[in-house]
Design a protein around this ligand. Structure first.
Ligand SMILES: Nc1ncnc2c1ncn2[C@@H]1O[C@H](COP(=O)(O)OP(=O)(O)OP(=O)(O)O)[C@@H](O)[C@H]1O
Length: 395
């Protein structure tokens, strides 16, 4: 785990797109049409849609690689038209699919490009390069003097991210940055981006046409449709449970419940509060409580409240002494950080129908069974439905 962080990180700033249109010369219908989009500071907004719907054009108008035909883009309160394009681009990191590294320059020189342009001194640049390599999971000693072509696709993308972050910009634009990677490397880089973002809180605009990537990465997702407009802009769970149109539904494809399982963390749902007792509690005492609870079983925990054993009324009847030796040991647990999908997998492979959930410091936080998971998915859907009804009632 890298522990070297930028000394002071510039956090994200808000970006607003107001009726932004782009008509390419001789291009017929505009590629982007009167697009409105509010991007909150520090959020990851994903532009999701099929090929040709205007994702890249929209993104490139933010750093003025493409000039809008009409409309305004406001970055941290300032109209981008009033910012010199070179200056603007130095304050907006840009990552594209094929790592944009210059082949004849070392990794360090590639990362140092923008800081150099900004006139940083040599020592500060060298320090920053090492700091960034560590941040993106590349050992500085091993990688700083290497050339990009010697790197794997995943390593090249890491360099791409380091390069984009070099001058600590408040905004990052990422255009299908992981599109060319194998699924495992891709997942890993997505996880690392999310981990980085926890610390950096940049404003990130991320283009993809991969639904699962969008659901995983995005705080909000803008689903785009040809030609160049947004059909739904919402949080991932809302898009899954309340697709705004048939087009969105079709684009998402089937499996929205499975996707909800992937999105939701065990710690975010209501767990089954199976009673628990410390191992030194007397069996007769525990039996009384278990009978009163009505479930017929309970969990025995250690002094730190970590799950140890399952006990049932049958295990406790007629027994004396501490409950810590009764029943059967817990053979599996689920972390509160797991996704519901991982939890489901664990439940299907477990010896018992129910598994204890471990919260912070592995303390007992509740329990999970197949029906708890099912209830959770249903209540997420019901909640989203209710929110939609309330909104349409209010509107
Ligand atoms: N420089 C250009 N000149 C003319 N037309 C262009 C230009 N760039 C893009 N277009 C057109 O604008 C539309 C939107 O293109 P854009 O690249 O923004 O789509 P996209 O959603 O990013 O697609 P993809 O996922 O394939 O990258 C397309 O019809 C494309 O052909």
């Amino acid at each position: 785990m890298p522990d070297q962080r930028p000394a002071a990180t510039t956090h994200g700033v808000p970006i607003e797109l107001r009726k932004v249109t782009k008509a390419f010369p001789g291009g017929g219908e505009p590629a982007v049409q009167e697009l409105d989009l509010d991007i909150a500071a520090g959020e990851i907004v994903v532009l999701l849609g099929p090929s040709g719907c205007g994702k890249t054009t929209t993104m490139r108008m933010i750093n003025r690689l493409i000039e809008p035909t009409s409309g305004d883009i406001i970055i941290n309160g300032q109209n981008s038209r009033d910012i010199d394009p070179d200056r603007l681009r130095r304050h907006i990191g840009y990552v594209i699919q094929q790592a944009c590294a210059v082949p004849h320059m070392t990794v360090a020189a590639n990362i140092a490009q923008v800081p150099k342009m900004l006139g940083w001194d040599r020592e500060r640049i060298a320090e920053r390069v090492d700091e960034l390599l560590t941040l993106v999971g590349l050992e500085p000693e091993q990688f700083r003097d290497t050339y990009p072509r010697r790197l794997s696709g995943g390593q090249q993308q890491r360099v791409g991210v380091a390069r984009a972050l070099a001058a600590d910009p408040p905004v990052l634009l990422m255009d299908e940055p992981f599109g060319a990677l194998d699924p495992i490397t891709r997942e890993r880089l997505q996880d690392e981006l999310l981990r980085l973002q926890d610390d950096l809180a940049k404003t990130i605009v991320f283009v993809t046409h991969d639904v699962d990537e969008a659901l995983k990465i995005g705080d909000r997702i803008a689903i785009m449709q040809r030609p160049g407009h947004i059909v739904q802009y919402a949080r991932p769970a809302e898009i899954l449970t309340n697709p705004a149109s048939e087009y969105v539904e079709q684009f998402l494809g089937s499996g929205s419940s499975m996707r909800l399982l992937r999105l939701t963390k065990v710690g975010d749902i209501e767990l089954d509060q199976v009673p628990f007792f410390p191992e030194d509690r007397d069996c007769a005492d525990v039996l009384r409580e278990v009978e009163r609870d009505g479930r017929g079983y309970a969990l025995i925990t250690d002094g730190m409240r970590r799950p140890l054993r399952w006990v049932s009324t049958a295990d406790l009847e007629g027994r004396t002494g501490p409950a810590g030796s009764a029943g059967a040991p817990v053979t599996g647990t689920i972390s509160h950080r797991s996704t519901l999908q991982d939890a489901l997998e664990a439940l299907l492979n477990a010896d018992t129908d129910i598994l204890p959930v471990e919260g912070r410091r592995r303390t007992y936080a509740g329990a999970l069974s197949l029906s708890t998971v099912q209830n959770a998915v249903q209540s997420i859907k019901a909640r989203e439905r209710e929110r939609r009804l309330k909104r349409s009632g209010a509107g």
